[in-house]
Design a binder for this molecule. Structure first.
Ligand code: FDA
Length: 506
């Protein structure tokens, strides 16, 4: 067998032979001997849990400067049997876009970030390396009455986000990001660039929620913009248990029956009260695609216990609402959305669940008791209903459509380096998740692909066992898993595009 430095050399020597035109690839290559290697590697490691001396490092990073650099990387990595990891924004919760237990190369797309908006046709082409904040900003520069339904964190990469589904606070009105993807450009396993027509409807279906990394490298997406009012209403109010948070959350669970224009996230957090005792505070964060007057009258009828007042509400542009949702103070220049860095000290672990039946007040009280044992955990409860229940479960690989009240994200955050802190936080997160079993979906216990969680099933880095894939695949995709397998078999029968939770070809 070839030694790895030799394989790397063969790979690097191969690259220039597959680059078209005058697009030299040597400027795109970073190996550990390059002084910028470490800073390029780290720039898009968003979870510091995977920035330790034990985290496996790539043999090289190819920061594509041109589409043909992507083609060359795929062709040469395949020819020399090198694994690649594809990275756009680097937000993968388990770091699968930049780490592997076998020798590998990172194909980094952060430089392919152009955004072309055509307001006449209400469409845009967005390259995978663009971040959501750049997309929102670019749309608002062209129009005050257009937007796009996608995630609430502006530094997320479009490449990973769309290929895993993509949801945000317009989900009840417009569904997921993938419900508005109308074309895509992808580099397949043979290094060919395909579009919707040439890739075929089955592959176009698979990359809209089935995880791009199992099927190819998505270069860009064509999206259909959506209409938003010139002014929308936002609020963020906190209610402690002492202020009736349990009753409010109980009422809030019926939100999935309300107007599609309304999205209220309920976010339970553990806090200390005046007597320095642990208590639960629930933060309610909302986007209403309408004015304050209509919102107040709606909530007076549906969630009166929230006690929302006019002064809690702010009418802002849709672009400002995206800043509000990510805690950027209103009044800050909207260029803040273009910031690609998130604070460097974040370590996190995420898990997800789907709730289909109303949780009783008694059960909510028990949930709070368990929740108070966690450390650094925030729960994000995101309401479904509206447009989500009108789209069939097989329309895209994302199966969680009708019949869901809300999705839970368990997000645990800590700031201390070292295995002791990380083991403790992750153990407490798993205990919380285990305690929720009676209240959430069963057989399978469903999960959201973009909230990647290796606890729910995984394969080794270098092989994709079908039985094991069925374990995580059924949770992420339910009945769509087997269709994803069939597509994989057609487009990548030798399983070149793989990771610990990819789709197997058999
Ligand atoms: P990254 O580059 O890490 O890629 C993620 C996965 O996609 C990897 O498997 C990678 O190989 C693959 N991939 C990336 N680019 C590809 C390409 N061009 N072609 C093929 N495969 C590709 N989600 C959500 O729906 N709504 C939300 O509001 C949020 N909020 C949020 C906040 C924060 C702080 C984090 C860390 C994460 C979220 N997410 C989220 C989850 C987010 O949508 C998810 O992590 C995305 O996969 C991130 O996409 P990136 O391109 O940034 O990640």
């Amino acid at each position: 067998p070839t030694s790895y430095p030799q394989v790397l050399e063969n790979f690097l020597n191969c690259l220039p032979n597959h680059v078209h035109g005058s697009n030299p690839i040597f400027e795109a290559i970073y190996t550990p001997s390059n002084s910028s290697f470490q800073s390029v590697l780290v720039a898009y490691i968003k979870n510091r849990r995977f920035l330790t001396s034990d985290t496996p490092k790539p043999l090289a990073i190819v920061v594509a400067l041109h589409e043909s650099h992507v083609q060359a990387t795929v062709i040469c990595a395949k020819f020399h049997s090198l694994q690649i990891r594809i990275r756009s924004g680097g937000h993968d919760f388990e770091g699968l876009s930049y780490r592997s237990d076998v020798p590998f190369v990172i194909l980094d797309l952060f430089n392919l970030r152009s955004i072309d908006i055509d307001i006449d046709s209400e469409t845009a082409w967005v390259q995978s390396g663009a971040i959501l904040g750049e997309l929102y900003y670019a749309i608002a520069k062209k129009s005050k009455v257009h937007g796009f339904p996608a995630g609430v964190c502006p530094s997320i990469g479009v490449g990973g986000h769309f290929s895993g589904g993509g949801y945000g606070n317009m989900m009840r009105k417009y569904g997921l990001s993938v419900d508005h993807v109308i074309d895509a450009k992808l580099v397949d396993v043979n290094g060919k660039i395909l579009n919707r027509k040439s890739m075929g409807e089955d592959l176009f279906w698979a990359i809209r929620g089935g995880g791009g990394a199992s099927f190819g490298v998505i270069l860009s997406w064509k999206i259909k913009l959506v209409r938003v009012p010139e002014k929308v209403t936002v609020f963020m109010v906190d209610r402690t248990l002492e202020e009736g948070a349990t009753d409010i959350v109980y009422q809030w669970q019926a939100i999935n029956k309300l107007d599609k224009e309304l999205f209220i996230r309920a976010q339970p957090e553990v806090r200390r009260n005046d007597k320095d005792e642990k208590t639960v505070r629930v933060r309610f964060i909302a986007l209403f695609l309408g004015n304050t007057k209509k919102l107040l009258s709606l909530l007076k009828k549906s969630i009166p216990k929230l006690g929302l007042k006019q002064e809690d509400c702010k009418e802002v542009s849709w672009l400002e609402s995206t800043m509000f949702w990510t805690n950027i103070p209103l009044g800050t220049p909207t260029e803040a959305l273009l910031n690609r860095s998130i604070p460097a000290e974040l370590f996190f672990k995420s898990k997800s669940d789907y709730v289909k039946k109303i949780i009783s007040k008694h059960d909510l009280e028990n949930i709070w008791k368990q929740f108070m044992k966690t450390e650094g955990m925030v729960l994000q409860w995101n309401p479904y209903g509206g447009r989500m229940k009108e789209i069939s479960a097989s329309e895209t690989p994302f199966p969680h459509r009708a019949g869901y009240l809300f999705k839970i994200q368990y997000f645990t955050l800590w700031f201390t380096q070292g295995t002791e802190a990380s083991d403790r936080h992750i153990r407490l997160a798993r205990e919380m998740y285990d305690s929720m079993a009676p209240h959430v979906s069963k057989n399978p216990r469903e999960a959201y692909l973009n909230y990647r969680d290796l606890d729910i099933g995984r394969n080794p880095s270098n092989e994709t066992n079908f039985q094991e894939a069925q374990v995580y695949g059924s949770k992420y995709f339910k009945g769509n898993f087997l269709k994803l397998v069939a597509v994989k078999k057609r487009v990548d029968p030798d399983n070149f595009f793989k990771n610990e939770q990819s789709i197997p070809p058999l």
